[in-house]
Structure formats: structure tokens, C-alpha cells
Design a protein around this ligand. Structure first.
Ligand code: XMP
Length: 515
């Protein structure tokens, strides 16, 4: 895996294939300590060269005895670097250091009560606490010289430590929210054991990135495609802070954004931050390209293609520009590059995927950051709250929430319904709790009666989901009163709609979007 490399000394999370490896790095960063993932087959020499503050071995789905199970360079444990093994990571440590691991026939999954007996990791946390377990194998003999410092009913060795060698292991998962004191335990390791300074703040990130951008681009001009989303917005602001008017932003407005969003992009960037901005109002072009198109993937393809065409036309007018800003995040770096164990599959390419033959060098100021850090940096840079906390929004926008053909009339109906829905969700204080909330316009009509008149009009479907990462999602249990308000407002205020339905499907087997 290509390491992004910040100036800070990192805490390296050795990825052993567990589903929580990224989460561990995020939790470490929440303690204001910079953290990166590395593949498990990294050599001890390479680790030493990074001069990490600490190592954390992640969990993993395998049994340490299974064929092909991931292992680490045993030299890692001889480097004198404070090391914490979590779940599989702990078992691997035990195995490599003269302890023993076995399948005792007792597995633990879910909330488990843990009893700690001393131990540096448990300083200041209750001796009895609930932790989250997920294991079949168990450490049955701690490494030589290590003290057992916690147990659970089924697992006598639920944590061990060897302070002289700076080696620590826990069977449970401190990184998940179901371990209420998990973050305290992590802090004990980071601050207490590893003596890590809490210096990784939004301000520090901004300073570091500004310097890097300046060093990379010098006096050259830089181009950035703004989408209205938080990633491109924060990337653009960082670059603008670094090099001012050497940056030009192009905002290709395909006309499928939510109500008032395009105006907000323009007001924020041009009006407030004084970023040189070209606003291309291309709604008609995009609508023309979608005429008669009903297939979802064909919509995406045409929008993507048209986007590139418009962007290239604008870029050509600006003359030769050497650099292009891209809002690549650390999770994209991990998922696309890197660790052979990562099971995640990136399912969508965003619109705004820019042409490969433009021959521009990339400036990627978010390459080190997780999404929540991008938001913090955005807030620190003064980006309006609405943009900082915007729910994910698909590149093709409302066009894939209009089932069947996208026409101007249907777009206006959906935009109005979506706007009411957003307004009421925000008013109810639920916007941030929901992963996504939006309206869908199906391609059917049904009978209704309004006044004394029979109507034959569209329904609107309300879709609201909770999720961690969009890979799975659950339909949100919105309060009935809120649903009633949304429904009656949509039906009363929007001609052309006479019915509102609620989507109560989870993902899988459904998807979040309807197309
Ligand atoms: P699904 O519908 O597959 O969506 O459950 C998962 C997440 O991806 C978003 N999505 C897209 N994002 N371009 C995007 O940039 C797309 O074409 C696209 N389709 C879906 C969706 O909103 C959800 O967050």
C-alpha cells in the first residue's frame, strides 16, 4: 500500500483483515493522534523507518491456525514500539510470543461483561464493564512474562500486558461503540503507554496541507471541479487558502441538484470566499441528453459523459493549466490501493470522474483524511454548516430519483417534494441522524380526489435510511407526526402529486436509491 505520509509520527494500524481496521484508525485520530493503516505483510524494517508512536494489530476473521491466515513479521515485537493487539491481533501476538491459542468450544459474540484486575489499559475505568466481543478462538496461555489483567465469564485471558516489552493485548473490541469505555482504554494506551501527543487537529491539518499544496504547485495555475458536496468544497477551500487566485473552480451545474443548492455553492464560493468561480448552468444540455432515456445506467452514462464534455469545454477556455484538484479521501486510498485484505468494494463512480486524457497532475489535499475529518476541516475553514453536514448525494442527483424519463416538469415536481421533505426533517432535528433522506418520483399515477375533483397524479415516495457507510442501511423509523406533516404538505402544495408512500425496505436486499 502506498503510504500517504503526513509530517506527524503515526500510530500504525496493521490491517489483519478485520472489518474494524479503518474504524480503529479513526478512533485513534479522534484522540487527536495521527493514524494510518498498513498491510499486515509490511516488514519490521519498513515499520521502523516510519518511526511510529505505536502499533495496533487489528482484528481479523481468520483463525491464527487457518491456512493462509494473515501473519505479521515477528520482528515487529522486538522493535520496542508500544503495541496493542486487538482480538485476532492479540491472538497473533500470543502465538508469536510463546503463548497459546485454542478453540475452546466457547465463542463470544456481542456484549460481554469484563472484569479487569489492574493493568495500565484499565486505569480510571470501572473494574467491571461491558465490552464487545466477537471471537471463536481464545488465548489460553499468555505470552511469557505477560500478566493477565482482565477476564470474562467464558474467556479467562481477555487482556494481557507486558509493560517492560510494551506489549498489550485485548480480546474485545475497544473501537466499537458497544464497548462504552473503549475510547478511554484506547486513550490509556495512546497517552499513557505510548506517550502520544494530542496534536492532530483540524488546524494542524490545514497548516500542513497549505504548505504541501504550495510546495507542490509553486506558481502554477490549478483547476478544481466543484460539485456542491463537502469533499470538493473542502478541497477547493484548502487549495484557495494555499494559493489564492491561482485556483479557478468550475461548477458544472447539471440542473439535478436540490432546491437552492446551486445558488448556495455560488454564494459561498464566489460571494463569501471570493474564489474565482465559473458557474456553468447546463440544465438544458443535460435534460436534452436524457430525453427518452429510462434506463438507470444509461442515465448515469450520459450524465457522466456530458459532464466531462462541459468541463473540458470550460477548461479549454482557460488555457493550459497544469494541476487539477481531486477530493480523494483516505478511505478511497485504502479501498482502491491498497490492502489486499480489504473486503470493501467501491460500488459507484462519482459523476465528476474527470477525463483521464487531460494530462493534468493531481492535487489531493484530502488524501490523508477520513470523512469526519473533512467535515471538521471544512468547519474550521468557515464552510457553512449546511455544506459541512450535507448528507451524501449521488453525482447524477435527482435524475436517478425520477423513475423513468426525466422531464423538466417531473424534475420540478420532485425538487419541490424533496425540498419540503428536507425542510421538515431539519425542523424535526433529524437531518444529521439520518444517513440520507429524500423523495422519489415513480413513473406511475394513481387516482385521488381533491376538492370535488377526481385527480390522476403521481405519488411521491419518502426514503429515509440510517447507515454507517451505505454498504448496508436500515429504513429510518420516522415519527408518524412528522410523516403526516410531510405527506399533507407535499400533497397540498405540489400540483401533480396526490399520494405519498413510505419506503420501508432495508439494504440489502433493496438499495438506498431507487435507480
Ligand atoms: P445504493 O443505491 O447502491 O447507494 O444503495 C449507495 C450510496 O451510493 C450513492 N449513489 C451514488 N453516488 N453516483 C454517486 O456519486 C451514483 O451514480 C450513485 N448511485 C448511488 C447513494 O446515494 C448511496 O449513498
Amino acid at each position: 500500500m502506498e503510504l500517504p505520509v503526513a509530517e506527524e509520527r503515526p500510530v500504525l494500524v496493521v490491517d489483519l483483515g478485520g472489518q474494524y481496521s479503518q474504524l480503529i484508525a479513526r478512533r485513534v485520530r479522534e484522540c487527536r493522534v495521527y493514524s494510518e493503516l498498513v498491510a499486515h505483510d509490511v516488514s519490521a524494517a519498513r515499520i521502523r523507518a516510519r518511526n511510529p508512536l505505536a502499533l495496533i494489530l487489528s482484528g481479523g476473521p481468520a483463525s491464527v491456525y487457518a491456512e493462509g491466515a494473515p501473519h505479521v513479521d515477528p520482528e515487529l515485537f522486538e522493535l520496542g514500539i508500544p503495541t496493542l493487539g486487538i482480538c485476532y491481533g492479540m491472538q497473533l501476538m500470543a502465538l508469536d510470543l510463546g503463548g497459546a491459542v485454542d478453540r475452546t468450544g466457547v465463542s463470544e459474540f456481542g456484549k460481554t461483561s469484563l472484569e479487569a484486575e489492574g493493568g495500565r489499559l484499565f486505569e480510571g475505568v470501572p473494574e467491571e464493564q461491558t465490552v464487545w466481543m466477537s471471537h471463536r478462538d481464545t488465548v489460553v496461555r499468555a505470552p511469557e512474562g505477560a500478566d493477565v489483567v482482565a477476564s470474562s465469564p467464558a474467556t479467562p485471558i481477555a487482556a494481557f500486558e507486558s509493560p517492560e516489552r510494551k506489549l498489550y493485548g485485548v480480546q474485545f473490541h475497544p473501537e466499537v461503540v458497544h464497548t462504552p469505555h473503549g475510547q478511554d482504554i484506547l486513550k490509556n494506551f495512546l497517552y499513557g503507554v505510548a506517550d502520544a501527543p494530542a496534536t492532530w487537529t483540524a488546524t494542524a491539518v490545514i497548516e500542513e496541507q497549505v504548505e504541501r499544496i504550495r510546495a507542490q504547485v509553486g506558481r502554477e495555475r490549478v483547476l478544481c471541479a466543484l460539485s456542491g458536496g463537502v469533499d470538493s468544497a473542502v478541497a477547493a477551500l484548502l487549495v484557495h487558502k494555499a494559493i489564492g487566485d491561482q485556483l479557478t473552480c468550475v461548477f458544472v451545474d447539471h440542473g439535478f441538484l436540490r432546491k437552492d443548492e446551486a445558488v448556495q455553492v455560488v454564494e459561498t464560493f464566489r460571494g463569501h470566499f471570493h474564489v474565482p468561480l465559473i458557474h456553468v448552468q447546463a440544465e438544458e444540455r443535460f435534460l436534452a441528453r436524457l430525453e427518452g432515456v429510462t434506463d438507470p445506467e444509461e442515465k448515469r452514462r450520459r450524465i457522466g459523459e456530458e459532464f466531462i464534455r462541459v468541463f473540458e469545454e470550460e477548461a479549454a477556455k482557460l488555457g493550459k493549466i497544469r494541476y487539477l484538484v481531486q477530493g480523494t479521501l483516505y478511505s478511497d486510498v485504502i479501498e482502491s490501493g491498497g490492502s489486499e485484505n480489504a473486503a470493501t468494494i467501491k460500488s459507484h463512480h462519482n459523476v465528476g470522474g474527470l477525463p483521464e486524457d487531460m494530462e493534468m497532475e493531481l492535487v489531493e489535499p484530502l488524501r490523508l483524511l477520513f470523512k469526519d475529518e473533512v467535515r471538521r476541516v471544512g468547519a474550521e475553514l468557515g464552510l457553512p454548516e449546511r455544506m459541512v453536514w450535507r448528507q451524501p448525494f449521488p453525482g447524477p442527483g435527482l435524475s436517478i430519483r425520477i423513475i423513468g424519463e426525466v422531464t423538466y416538469e417531473r424534475l420540478e415536481i420532485l425538487r419541490a417534494a424533496d425540498s419540503i421533505l428536507q425542510e421538515e426533517i431539519r425542523r424535526a432535528g433529524l437531518y444529521r441522524e439520518l444517513w440520507q433522506s429524500f423523495a422519489v418520483l415513480p413513473a406511475i399515477r394513481s387516482v385521488g380526489v381533491q376538492g370535488d375533483e377526481r385527480t390522476y397524479a403521481y405519488p411521491i415516495v419518502i426514503r429515509a435510511v440510517t447507515s454507517e457507510d451505505a454498504m448496508t442501511a436500515d429504513w429510518a423509523r420516522l415519527p408518524y407526526d412528522l410523516l403526516e406533516t410531510i405527506s399533507s404538505r407535499i400533497i397540498n402544495e405540489i400540483p401533480g402529486v396526490n399520494r405519498v408512500a413510505l419506503d420501508i425496505s432495508s439494504k440489502p436486499p433493496s438499495t438506498i436509491e431507487w435507480e
